[in-house]
Design a protein around this ligand. Structure first.
Ligand SMILES: *Cc1c(COP(=O)(O)O)cnc(C)c1O
Length: 445
């Protein structure tokens, strides 16, 4: 008997790609992506791990769902703004707006007059409608960009006066003082870590002062013998006050009584307020500047503004977020505890009926993303045996759970109620990969 060289049995690439289903996949995902999966499957045939007659089926199974490799995740961590998971989840209205703006679109064009208009004017109008105290607004790439532009345009080779209690590291090793210093502005630190007084700011003011900066310490709290100076007091100093609220709340949010918002700080006398678009505002990544018309104009006309501007998709999503219905961030923030409990109990019962050890347990959510530190949001989770966490993460429908003391918790706060069936199916799929013992939290045999 002669053995056939396995390489002779590997279906040729052009023959495989001619299959109508793979040709359709190439049109949808791109030929390069499909070819890569075909080559991987051919390698398996060559090594004897795949029967050549199953090659096309194997390729179809392994093809990605879409041309981008970013994968949607069910966020069962209970952290509303999870930095690793892309912070704010967009509303359906924002997603629809992005889709509508994805082709040619009137982002700088007045359709009725047939002439050029200011880019993004509709998103700015939406912001000004929500924040009456703002005379004008500007949308940039992110919150850091807003600070960099303010420092560059308003304090060139001048001093930015800032409290030592507000020199914040925003994450991943990036620090607001370094960001500001990178523009060439000089920081004039005043006060101490725990206490800064109006007199400290007064003593620092001089002809070289560009502006006073107020930073909301968004990701930490200090307690005890502390004092800081309010925006209202800073506004009495007679120099511009740039106030970084971080979170992007446009109005006071009852669920977050200590979180600053743009309307209040502007009413208190801030010259401009800077914020992120993808934190508590619940929109796309963006940096917002709201405030006095002449100052916003100065920023808009600065050459750096062009380098920090946002694309049409961001403008579309931002407008839809600001003027549209409640977004997932706000809904998760205001989620009703009793409804969370009912969902956790219903899910647990369904899972238990399929032989999975599951029960509803109380679970505290948090805002996350460097927002509202120390605040816990009482909610409910489905508790599963620990081994589920890895299987859920690696499953086709990726679920990121919270691990707590060897328990796998599926916190329902950040999962829209109409995704509960998908979550259940993901748990059941994960269960098929776990042995009896792991599924039921008994020792594995
Ligand atoms: C998050 C944050 C920033 C940075 O905003 P990005 O949108 O992440 O660039 C700046 N200041 C404060 C107070 C923040 O909380």
């Amino acid at each position: 008997m002669t053995t056939v060289d396995p390489r002779r049995r590997v279906p040729r690439t052009d023959v495989v790609l001619a299959d109508t289903r793979l040709a359709a996949a190439s049109r949808r995902l791109g030929a390069v992506a499909v070819k890569r999966v075909v080559h991987e499957a051919q390698a398996k045939v060559r090594s004897g791990d795949l029967d050549p007659s199953h090659l096309i089926d194997a390729v179809l199974r392994a093809l990605p769902d879409r041309a981008s490799s970013l994968r949607p995740i069910l966020n069962a961590t209970g952290v509303i703004l999870h930095t690793n998971l892309g912070r704010a989840a967009l509303s359906d209205a924002a997603v629809e707006a992005i889709k509508a703006a994805s082709g040619y679109v009137d982002v700088e064009y007045d359709i009725s007059a047939g002439v050029r208009t200011r880019r993004g004017s509709r998103a700015i109008d939406a912001l000004l409608t929500r924040v009456g105290a703002a005379e004008d607004a500007l949308v940039l790439n992110n919150g850091a960009a807003a600070l960099v532009l303010a420092a560059t345009a308003l304090a060139p080779e001048k001093h930015i006066v800032v409290s030592r209690g507000e020199l914040v590291e925003i994450g991943d090793g990036f620090r607001i003082p370094d960001l500001l210093a990178s523009t060439g502005a000089r920081l004039h630190e005043v006060g101490t870590t725990n206490r800064t007084h109006l007199a400290d700011y007064q003593a620092a003011l001089g002809p070289d002062t560009g502006f006073v900066l107020k930073v909301h310490p968004s990701n930490f709290t200090i307690e005890g013998f502390t004092s800081s100076v309010t925006v209202r007091e800073l506004a009495s100093l007679g120099v511009p006050v740039v106030a970084d609220i971080g979170s992007g709340l446009l109005q006071p949010e009852p669920a977050l009584p200590t979180e600053p918002d743009a309307a209040t700080w502007l009413a208190d006398g801030a010259t401009i307020v800077t914020a992120s678009g993808d934190k508590l505002l619940g929109g796309p990544q963006a940096g917002l500047i709201l405030g006095r018309r002449d100052v916003v104009q100065t920023l808009r006309r600065h050459p750096l503004a062009r380098a920090l501007r946002v694309d049409k998709l961001t403008l579309a999503a931002l407008e839809a977020t600001v003027s549209g219905p409640a977004n997932p961030t706000i809904r998760a923030l205001r989620a009703d505890t009793e409804q969370l409990r009912a969902r956790a109990e219903a899910l647990s019962h369904e899972l238990a009926a399929h032989g999975v050890t599951a029960r509803a347990v109380p679970s505290d959510g948090v805002v996350g993303g460097g927002g509202a530190p120390g605040l816990t949001l009482p909610g409910w989770a489905v508790e599963l045996p620990e081994p589920f966490a890895v299987q859920l993460r690696l499953g086709r429908r990726c679920v990121v759970a919270r691990l707590e003391h060897t328990r796998c918790l599926l916190d329902l706060r950040c999962i829209p109620a109409n995704d509960d069936d998908e979550l259940r199916d993901a748990v059941l799929a994960a269960a098929t990969h776990l042995c009896e013992g792991h599924r039921t939290a008994r020792p594995c045999t």
